[in-house]
Design a protein around this ligand. Structure first.
Ligand code: GTP
Ligand code: MG
Length: 575
């Protein structure tokens, strides 16, 4: 275990020591100036609202956030700018169409500006003075979107303030920077909070996500006026990491709700429509035409793939300007409700997001998750596993879904396709947990808990917050919180599950070893969370080939012996 390959990390300034007491001083002495500066900057900008454990600031309801962001996005435009531009002149030019509320620049194969006007009318005013480009040999399709291209009639004068533009970063830190930050942290808790701060979606990135949905909505509205395209999944459930995909949901139900209001007196007017044999075929047909439309007319939409035979049909494409990989679905209201549930869990206790981000990052570092669909565990499943684990603490850190249902009032009631998706949506009605365990302890216990979980017979169930007998034989069974007869991790193979168990045991072992070594002087090795993100020995192929599986069992036994000896020691000390 001690001879773990450090690879890239050996060259890093990893002088922070393992001793809890020494860490603050070491941190100041050993962190390179740039890292300290970066840390200071982050601490200033992010504040404690998201991460501080004492954080009890009132949080907005999911629906309020969605509504606000959506409305903001409708007043916003995306502009591809020349590389050299005067920010002052740019804003002055746009202000002719109305006051600008906020703006920011970012780089993604060119310079882009996201400009939010105070009023929606300003967008129409800008569109009115915008021309369709005339191309030499090719023909342009005259689609009037809110994604513009700004050109300079004459090159910018060198003396103007062209260099003052500050671009907002839209990507997560490199692994080198991450390791530097983690190794300079003061404690494991600090490491988890640092990782959260560095990876979570920024205000600008969230805005860009809602704007991208709003731009796609404009395209879909050509066929379905009044439709809504809503983000869901990690873009909105508070567990999104910079660079995660953008899951979108084309909502056609609002159009129907609108039409029901129009019934009056004894008359009921209905649209003449075409019928198809099933809901699924309707979904496929709708997505098929939207996919075609995005492919032919959607500015910036490239690599459009129609994946219509999937369990949940979707259109996948890249939105070049924002850099997002997008998955557009329709008829997927339950997924939106799952996003709201995760948002609530993420907001209930500040430890939840910090732990989920670290577990997701750990899983990615060890290739337990992948961006390619396959037999791997998904981030969604991992998040549900963390929630379940936090429900199992004593006292529980998170309430069960059934309990959240008992707190719901009439307005919270929600039935989707026959499934009861009711839970309380007002945070103020949920009592905070009395559990004060540290993130360090929770991380360690998470690995131990799942390193020893009886996956062969038990199912993970956040509705009831307790293990249940598995209703079917999939290696990993995690009950879908709303469609309770479904397993959200049905795709996970036995070998992937075993890999997860082995790594969980190894990680628990590493953290226990560190506890033991705390009082002895240590060398310049990554510690805490940083050590967990290093390549694993238990799962390296050479070892796996030599000995079929015993690494994990050995670690489990060693872990138990460490635990029993530390219990004996503490009993002796107490005595
Ligand atoms: P990342 O994209 O990996 O960051 O996480 P994500 O939570 O966005 O996951 P993903 O893009 O795979 O899925 C988007 C959303 O669809 C999830 O947040 C869930 O709400 C929902 N979802 C994903 N997989 C399943 C599943 O197997 N069953 C159900 N019911 N919902 C799922
Ligand atoms: Mg996603």
């Amino acid at each position: 275990m001690a001879a773990r390959g450090l690879g890239l990390l050996t060259s890093l300034p990893l002088r922070a020591q393992r001793s809890q007491v020494q860490r603050p001083l070491r941190r100041l002495l050993s962190c390179p100036g740039t890292v300290v500066a970066a840390l200071g900057k982050e601490e200033q900008s992010s504040g404690s609202a998201e991460t501080g454990s004492e954080d009890r600031t009132p949080k907005k309801r999911f629906s309020e956030v969605q509504k606000e962001r959506r409305e903001q996005a409708q007043r916003t435009v995306l502009i591809h700018c020349p590389n050299k531009i005067s920010e002052k002149k740019f804003l002055k030019y746009l202000s002719q169409h109305g006051p600008v509320n906020s703006h920011f620049f970012y780089e993604s194969f060119g310079l882009y500006a996201v400009v939010e006007f105070s009023q929606k009318e300003s967008v129409a005013s800008l569109q009115n003075v915008t021309r369709t480009p005339s191309l030499g040999t090719e023909a342009a399709i005259p689609f009037r979107s809110r994604y513009f291209n700004l050109k300079l009639k004459t090159p910018l004068n060198q003396t103007s303030e062209q260099s003052s533009i500050q671009c907002r970063n839209q990507s997560s830190p490199s692994s080198k920077k991450l390791f530097e930050l983690l190794c300079c942290a003061e404690s494991v808790d600090d490491q988890l909070n640092t990782l959260l701060r560095e990876f979570q979606l920024t205000e600008e990135n969230s805005k860009l996500r809602y704007l991208t949905c709003s731009l796609i909505e404009d395209v879909a509205a050509a066929y379905f006026p009044g439709c809504t395209v809503r983000p869901f999944g990690s873009s909105v459930n508070s567990f999104g990491k910079l660079g995660c995909d953008l899951d979108m949901f084309l909502d056609l139900d609002e159009i129907e709700n609108f039409s029901t209001h129009k019934a009056s007196g004894n008359f009921l007017m209905e649209f003449q429509v075409k019928n198809v044999p099933s809901e699924r075929i309707a979904t496929q047909k709708i997505l098929s035409v939207i996919g075609e439309c995005l492919d032919h007319f959607g500015p910036g939409c490239v690599g459009v793939q129609k994946i219509l035979n999937a369990r949940c049909p979707l259109v996948r494409f890249s939105h070049q300007a924002s850099g997002f990989q997008c998955d557009l679905t329709t008829n997927n209201r339950i997924a939106l409700k799952s996003s709201e549930l995760l948002y609530i869990y993420g907001a209930l206790d500040s430890r939840v997001r910090a732990l989920v981000f670290s577990i997701r990052c750990w899983a990615r570092a060890h290739s337990l998750t992948s961006s390619i669909p396959g037999a791997w565990i998904t981030n969604f499943s991992l998040t549900v596993m963390v929630i379940f684990f936090l429900q199992r603490r004593s006292p529980p850190i998170l309430p069960t879904l059934d309990y959240l249902k008992t707190l719901a009032d009439a307005e919270d009631k929600c039935i989707i396709e026959g499934h009861n998706c009711t839970f309380v949506r007002d945070f103020n009605r949920i009592k905070p947990s009395g559990n004060a365990e540290t993130l360090e302890l929770l991380l360690k216990e998470f690995f131990e808990y799942f390193g020893n979980f009886a996956f062969n017979k038990n199912s993970i169930n956040i509705r009831q917050g307790r293990e249940q007998n598995k209703p079917e034989s999939s290696p990993l069974h995690i009950q879908n919180p709303f469609e309770t007869s479904l397993n959200i991790s049905k795709n996970v193979s036995q070998s992937q599950l075993q890999k997860f168990i082995d790594l969980a045991r190894e990680s628990a072992w590493i953290l226990h070893q560190e506890d033991r070594d705390r009082l002895s002087p240590s060398n310049n090795q990554p510690w805490g969370l940083a050590a967990l993100l290093l390549p694993s020995v238990a799962n390296s192929t050479s070892l796996a080939k030599k000995k079929k599986k015993p690494a994990s069992e050995r670690i489990k036994n060693l872990l138990e012996s460490i635990k029993s000896s530390s219990t004996e020691n503490s009993t002796a000390t107490n005595g």
